[in-house]
Design a protein around this ligand. Structure first.
Ligand code: HPA
Length: 235
């Protein structure tokens, strides 16, 4: 038991996939895991543990934003002996060079967030993924013949904003897209000596307002989920 996760000690596997949405966690458990057990549902944030191709694995939600993933990832790493977190999420592309459904392995998370500075005295405004998951995702994608782009991504606290201009930090670090959680996840992992990576599917292209439609959304995430699972069982 931790403050925000009610799972029994030992009931979360060392490797966990983290979508933002609790219902996505449930769907992954239902569709991909065998013998999946719901191990925590505090605040309706679902965590499941089961087996994927015979390997014990967990899937649980991070919620939205650095504040939320900062809490869940910290408690998983420190109170449940989790070693590896692969965030699986969606992002908005900043450039038309990126297309809907593109899969991105975040090589650097650049953020205006004060999370790393105030939590861990880390002065950096851009953090890399931690540990072997980033490289393994690239290797497993190559083995599977699955297209995967490694690129810097902006991690923002802001979803709705006045200006459509590219934020300065995104320009500075050549970010191809924006999401809202990787920076805090990478900061926690680096501080604690753990492993974290972030895999993203482009769900919208900001300059053109294209979006994956609601009925395509579920299916569109399949390649990302399968790559994350295939990688997690090899960590
Ligand atoms: N902004 C932040 N996060 C996102 C977006 C966005 O436009 N699209 C998907 N995740």
């Amino acid at each position: 038991m931790s403050i925000h996760i009610s799972a029994a000690p030992g009931s979360i596997a060392p490797s966990i996939l983290m979508p933002g949405d609790p219902l996505r966690a449930r769907l992954i458990a239902d569709q991909y895991l065998t013998d999946a057990e719901l191990v925590s549902q505090t605040r309706n944030v679902y965590f499941y543990t089961g087996y994927y191709q015979g390997h014990r694995i967990s899937v649980g939600a991070s919620g939205m934003g650095c504040a939320s993933i900062g809490i869940y990832s910290y408690e998983l790493y420190t109170q449940y002996d989790v070693q590896n977190i692969i965030r699986i999420g969606t992002c908005g592309a900043y450039t038309t060079e990126r297309k809907l459904y593109d899969l991105i392995n975040v090589s650097l998370s650049a953020s205006e967030s004060s999370f790393a500075r105030f939590a861990w005295d880390m002065p950096e405004e851009a953090l890399p993924p931690a540990g072997p998951a980033f490289g393994l995702l690239n290797d497993v994608a190559a083995e599977r013949g699955q297209p995967l782009i490694s690129a810097p991504v902006h991690c923002s606290d802001i979803f709705y904003r006045k200006s459509m201009d590219l934020p300065a930090i995104a320009d500075k670090h050549a970010c191809v897209a924006v999401e809202m959680e990787a920076f805090a996840l990478f900061a926690n992992a680096q501080h604690l000596g753990k492993t974290a990576a972030c895999l993203l599917t482009v769900s919208d292209v900001i300059p053109t307002h294209e979006k994956i439609s609601a009925d395509q959304r579920e299916q569109s995430l399949t390649p990302m989920i399968e790559l994350a699972l295939a990688t997690a069982i090899r960590l």
